[in-house]
Ligand binder design. Structure first.
Ligand code: TEU
Ligand code: CA
Length: 560
């Protein structure tokens, strides 16, 4: 049986600090900005903030390249600002989970600056160095996630270092016990400060095979996955981390584990495996690619249902799910899985929220999702700030592999910058995000879509999220009930039940922009409606669902 824990019952809100709220007019979101909006988050009802990285960083990848794990990025403020944020959050009963980026550091981290100096430097073995095949050729054909080779030549010692992301993000060598101890000490330092957990960046990539052969070519480079993802010692290292740090504190952990299967998740996040509390799986956001991850098409509903349902049933009573539609690396949920045309944006955003929040797992809301924020209307590659989007355009398009016409719709649909435009607070200049010039453009729809308007309107997406969150607090069945999918072959409807003891819920979500007839299952006729995104009633045998309608029925308790 699933043990009851606070993090299973929690709702998490992700903040990408650069784009959340700017307090001093330099156009960049900051920690004081976050503190100033805690009452808004309290009102929404969330329990935990996942804070994307706020550490010192040269910002090659917006803070995911860290050069000091125990200091705050200048643009974001000071350690005093952070302490104030943590205290102010705790006062309101909100916990803070830090982003832990320890697969790699910045190349400007002191460990790396030492490491590259000489082959006998005491930090040499903190990173992964190899001889080239010959002076002009890297050790193998692996490509990095952001384009180009995964190896960077370094003149000082005439060797290459491994970087699975940008060349300013060298991979740490987790096989070196000193590296592990440094990381564990740093984690304990943050825990002693009183933080409430870690979201662990690409934690499935920390262990690499000793042999590093060429990978299977996909595109211009070889694939490193079989050698670097879910590598030989990853579970051993996480168990060590758990024993030395995590188990000593009442904190929560979530691993970012791209490529994870349900089988692997049972190990990473099993009830009794002593590694992590939960992982992020990627199947539902990585099954739509056309050119690598790039695409302009929607995942078919039957595929989406199959994936999410498998995670629901496979992890039941053995491991724990995380639930999300989007984050700082993904396009906006309503544009991707819903329908952001003006007449459908609001209703489809509420439908997606219903569909996700009624499943088993800990739901994550990405900043602005509760407002129904949409993708940005990018016009040309100059509009991008994100290293991944900029590099992808160069690698796929500029060299003529694919025409601009074919690639552009995919790039603008999937670009991570869709999620990174500033949170739209009100209808004033720059959406109230900054009094200066924002580091990335505000979505021009901010006069229509903003927090001021959403909080004022009781029928808004914001208030719908607020209601879903409070329903979770009142109904253990939403957290602990058993999931079952109905109508699996429907391309229009996502329907499932949740069952706990003598209680049962029916969740019906239309993913269609047309009306759909839905036969209410016998046992739910006359049931209570817990929540709905329309004015419809559900007491007849067949209901005609509006486009993107969603509702939840609660069967009256059966006699015991
Ligand atoms: O993302 C790593 C990851 O799994 C990638 O697939 C990611 O989705 C990327 O967008 C490739 O398409 C994490 C962070 O969330 C991301 O922001 C960082 O850029 C990356 O690690 C490196 O730290
Ligand atoms: Ca600022």
């Amino acid at each position: 049986m699933t043990k009851k824990t606070w993090w299973k019952e929690a709702v998490i809100y992700q903040i990408y600090p650069r784009s959340f709220m700017d307090s001093n007019g330099d156009g960049i979101g900051d920690i004081k900005g976050i503190t100033s909006r805690l009452d808004y988050l309290k009102y929404l009802g969330i329990d935990v903030i996942w804070l994307s990285p706020v550490y010192k960083s040269p910002n090659d990848d917006n803070g995911y390249d860290i050069n000091d794990y125990q200091a705050i990025m200048d643009e974001f403020g000071t350690m005093e600002d952070f302490d104030e944020l943590l205290a102010a959050a705790h006062e309101r009963g909100i916990r803070i989970v830090m982003d832990l980026v320890v697969n790699h550091t910045s190349d400007e981290h002191k460990w790396f600056m030492e490491s590259r100096k000489s082959k006998i430097n005491e930090y040499r073995d903190y990173y992964i160095w190899r001889e080239g095949k010959d002076p002009q050729t890297p050790p193998n054909n692996w490509g990095s996630c952001f384009g180009g080779s995964a190896w960077q030549y370094d003149q000082a010692t005439d060797m290459y270092y491994l970087h699975l992301f940008s060349k300013k993000q060298p991979d740490l060598n987790w096989d070196n016990p000193k590296v592990r101890q440094e990381i564990f000490d740093m984690m304990a330092w943050w825990c002693d400060k009183g933080i409430d957990g870690f979201r662990m960046d690409v934690i499935s990539m920390i262990s690499k095979t000793k042999e590093m052969p060429d990978g299977e070519i996909s595109g211009l480079y070889g694939n490193f996955e079989p050698y670097c993802v879910h590598g030989p010692n990853v579970h051993k290292y996480l168990q060590e981390m758990n024993e030395k740090v995590l188990s000593k504190y009442d904190i929560m952990t979530v691993g970012e584990t791209s490529g994870v299967t349900t089988e692997l998740a049972k190990q990473y996040a099993g009830e009794d495996t002593h590694e992590l509390n939960m992982v992020f799986q990627f199947e539902h956001v990585e099954s739509d690619g056309k050119y690598g991850k790039w695409t302009d098409r929607k995942i078919p509903l039957t595929t989406l249902k199959k994936i999410l349902s498998r995670w629901q049933t496979e992890l039941y009573n053995t491991a724990w799910n995380s639930l999300y539609w989007n984050n700082h690396d993904q396009p906006r949920a309503v544009s991707r899985f819903g329908d952001d045309r003006p007449e459908y944006r609001k209703i489809s955003a509420k439908m997606l929220a219903t569909c996700l929040h009624m499943m088993q797992g800990t739901p994550y809301i990405y900043q602005g999702e509760e407002l129904g924020m949409t993708n940005y209307p990018f016009k040309d590659p100059e509009d991008f700030r994100d290293i991944e989007s900029i590099q992808a355009y160069k690698e796929w398009c500029a060299n003529g592999r694919i025409s601009h016409e074919d690639f552009w719709p995919c790039l603008r649909f999937k670009s991570r910058d869709n999620a990174r435009t500033p949170v739209q607070w009100d209808d004033t200049e720059q959406a109230g995000f900054t009094s200066g010039t924002p580091w990335i453009a505000v979505n021009p729809n901010y006069r229509e879509i903003n927090a001021k308007k959403e909080t004022a309107d009781p029928d808004s997406i914001f208030h719908y999220y607020k209601k879903l969150i409070s329903l979770r607090k009142q109904n253990p069945i939403i957290v602990y009930g058993k999931y079952e999918l109905l109508f699996k072959d429907s391309e229009d409807l996502f329907v499932y039940t949740r069952t706990l003891e003598n209680k049962k819920l029916l969740v019906v979500c239309s993913f269609s922009d047309r009306e759909t007839a839905f036969p209410i299952p016998e046992e739910f006729i006359g049931a209570n409606c817990m929540i709905s995104n329309t004015e419809n009633t559900y007491d007849t045998q067949t209901v005609t669902l509006r486009p993107y309608e969603a509702f939840v029925l609660q069967k009256p308790d059966s006699p015991q």
